[in-house]
Ligand binder design. Structure first.
Ligand code: HEM
Length: 206
């Protein structure tokens, strides 16, 4: 069996799974208000009024938790010239021709794109959500402004949900990735194949 490399610390993993939990709870409570056909979801939170009370707090908790992970990982997600070259070879990645891909560091272009989409959609969700949070901030805005805020909130939620579906699918699709977030470690083989520059960085001098 190949040697294991540390990819995430305990604190980072707990932070990540707290975000995932808040994403599910804020998502389900938000969808309950998205369309009458989904209102039955409010039963999970103790009915309509409780869902309405809890949803903004769950959203704020998700944002704050994401901010924690964001501050730790943003530098490693900055898109570089090498990433742009990798993007040209995205077809090879999807066909499984990993040998033809330019070497990448800790994250590949796809992961970085998802990371920034998550960050952007969460900022839009926070700002717009705060704007129409009754009774606190909504009275400070004109109704026309609030309507635009509600629309942007829904668009950002769809973007976040789609980005997260892609994120989870990719994590399961690339074998050996999920354990990075469950155990904190990945096999050296996994690192060599998927993130060769990170592998070199981790094993240099060892
Ligand atoms: C069941 C749901 C989820 C699963 C199975 C999952 C799985 C994973 C895995 C395996 C990694 C490590 C990837 C790697 O190191 O190459 C990861 C990283 C990460 N996940 Fe998730 N995740 C889930 C939900 C979420 C949600 C809801 C968010 C945010 C809204 C999120 C945000 C992140 C971020 C920011 C990273 C770090 C990657 C980067 O910085 O580019 N995850 N996730």
């Amino acid at each position: 069996m190949s040697r294991m490399l540390q990819r995430y610390k305990d604190g980072e993993r707990m932070n990540h799974w707290f975000i995932a939990l808040m994403f599910v709870l804020a998502g389900l409570s938000g969808l309950a208000f998205f369309h009458p056909a989904l209102f039955f979801l409010s039963n999970l939170f103790g009915g309509g009024p409780w869902t309405r009370i809890l949803h903004p707090f769950l959203g704020v908790l998700m944002f704050v938790a994401f901010l924690g992970l964001f501050l730790k990982l943003w530098r490693e997600n900055v898109v570089t010239a090498a990433d742009r070259e990798w993007r040209q070879h995205m077809g090879d990645m999807l066909r499984g021709n990993k040998a033809d891909l330019p070497p990448v560091g800790k994250y590949n272009f796809g992961q970085k794109a998802v990371f920034w989409l998550m960050a952007l959609s969460l900022i839009v969700l926070l700002v717009t959500g705060l704007m129409f949070w009754r009774p606190y901030f909504a009275p400070s805005f004109a109704i026309g402004t609030l309507r635009i805020a509600v629309l942007l909130h829904a668009v950002a939620a769809v973007v976040l949900i789609v980005a997260t579906i892609v994120h989870v699918y990719a994590a399961i699709w690339v074998k050996g990735t999920v354990r990075a977030m469950t155990r904190g470690t990945v096999s050296e083989e996994w690192a060599k194949v998927n993130h060769p520059l990170w592998h070199r960085e981790m094993t240099q001098g060892k």
